[in-house]
Design a protein around this ligand. Structure first.
Ligand code: SF4
Length: 410
């Protein structure tokens, strides 16, 4: 793979983390050396990065929940994306959720422990009418759940749109840089890296907490990965989601497998060493790339998405909460609750969702009956992916939650 060819290194990770704790800023040479530590040294690196994680975030894990407000049908051509122009991935495709459905879906994630809801829509960026629509959803959500942070993620913003989202009650805005500026033309031809940077800057100016992160495993070199991480540091984003490429069939990056679990840990550790006090989220693709090392990644990352992703299914929410508790971490905002009570709340939320009226979703034709719940479930049906089947080795397409009549993974 292009990232982190291993070599013997003399770097003392613990000493470096201690210096960073005292104010040293990670430089490119050190970052490259960390990216190339031998497999046998990766857990030492994780422990060193954990010094910084625990200094700034203790043993808390922030739980975020995605609601895909509008799925597929995007006119942009980002190569990694299953919703792109010309994508042949058989994802759910639907236009804007009704506001009450968006708030209902978000509520299920909140019941599962999410302290931030990320409201996402496909597309290059919102029209002013889209802003009205999302502002109304944010307003309703805040009315029902005033304690919950709302992050909007609806694409490249035009002048004044960030201010309107802020006025509606949004707390944060996500727009990922995704990769290095030097690689960006290979990843997307319909918008520029500069437009992405500008959107993050606009959200900052409007008083929204900036969230911007990466997709790794696109074919970037170690140098390009460091370039992207340092660009995020310069952008001063408060939260940094690190996504691991999910190579959907029917997209240009189908069949691209550049990552190993240990490489993912190295990458997360370098992001932590570069941005010691930022929320670092292990995001999409963690299940298939970190696999059995997900709990180890919590020693570096202090945040994750609960439930499903935009177009694919994630690990069962209860499994995630158990993983957090088993590894000695606590869900942010629920420090006083024991894991058993959280698991009970999850069960109640799922039962409640199952009782929702038939018209709760607007794309029920794509919903799965759930009748294939067995270990040999068809790969086109994700419902066997996380709750009842074997661990996924391919992105399993989402067939539940927003845009369907099926109970979400929350
Ligand atoms: S990443 Fe966003 S802009 Fe790019 S193709 Fe996917 S939905 Fe469209």
């Amino acid at each position: 793979m292009s990232i982190s060819p291993q070599r013997s290194t003399t770097i003392d990770c613990t000493e470096l983390a201690t210096r960073i704790e005292q104010g040293h800023e990670l430089n490119a040479e050190e970052a490259l050396e960390l990216l190339s530590v031998d497999d046998a040294e990766v857990f030492r690196l994780v422990a060193a990065a954990g010094i910084l994680r625990r200094k700034h975030f203790g043993n808390t894990v922030k739980v975020n929940y995605l609601v895909n407000l509008k799925s597929g049908l995007c006119p942009e051509d980002c190569t990694y994306c299953s919703q792109r122009l010309g994508s042949k991935a058989e994802i759910l495709k639907y236009t804007w959720l009704k506001p009450e459905e968006a708030v209902h879906q978000a509520g299920l994630g909140i019941a599962g422990g999410a302290s931030r809801v990320c409201m996402v829509a496909s597309g290059k960026g919102p029209t002013d009418r889209d802003i009205d629509r999302v502002a109304a959803m944010i307003g309703s959500l805040k009315e029902e759940h005033p304690q919950v942070e709302v992050c909007a993620c609806i694409g490249i913003l035009k002048e004044g749109q960030a201010q309107r989202l802020k006025a509606a009650g949004a707390d944060a805005y996500n727009h990922n840089l995704n990769t290095a500026e030097s690689l960006y033309p290979d990843i997307c031809s319909t918008h520029s890296y500069a437009e992405r940077v500008s959107t993050v800057e606009q959200s900052k100016s409007a008083g929204l907490s900036p969230c911007s992160g990466l997709i790794v495993g696109l074919g970037e070199t170690a140098e390009q990965l460091v370039e992207a991480i340092f660009a995020l540091r310069a952008l001063d984003a408060d939260s940094i989601p690190v996504n691991f490429l999910m190579p959907f069939d029917g997209t240009p990056l189908q069949g691209t497998w550049n990552l190993t679990p240990l490489a993912c840990l190295r990458i997360l550790a370098v992001v932590r060493m570069a941005c010691p006090d930022k929320e670092i989220r292990m995001a999409g693709g963690r299940e298939m790339h970190l696999r059995s090392l997900q709990a180890n990644a919590l020693e570096v990352a202090n945040s994750l998405f609960l439930g499903d992703y935009l177009t694919s299914e994630g690990q069962d929410a209860k499994t995630d909460l158990a993983m957090i508790a088993d590894a000695g971490f606590v869900v942010l905002g629920q420090e006083d609750q024991d894991p058993a009570s959280i698991a009970r709340a999850l069960g109640e939320a799922a039962a409640h969702a199952a009782r929702q009226p038939e018209d709760a979703g607007n794309a029920g034709a794509n919903g799965c009956s759930g009748s294939c719940c067995s270990s040999d479930a068809s790969p086109a049906c994700g419902s066997g992916s996380s709750g009842c089947g074997p661990a996924a080795s391919q992105p399993l397409l989402r067939r539940r939650g927003a845009g369907t009549r099926e109970t979400p993974n929350a």
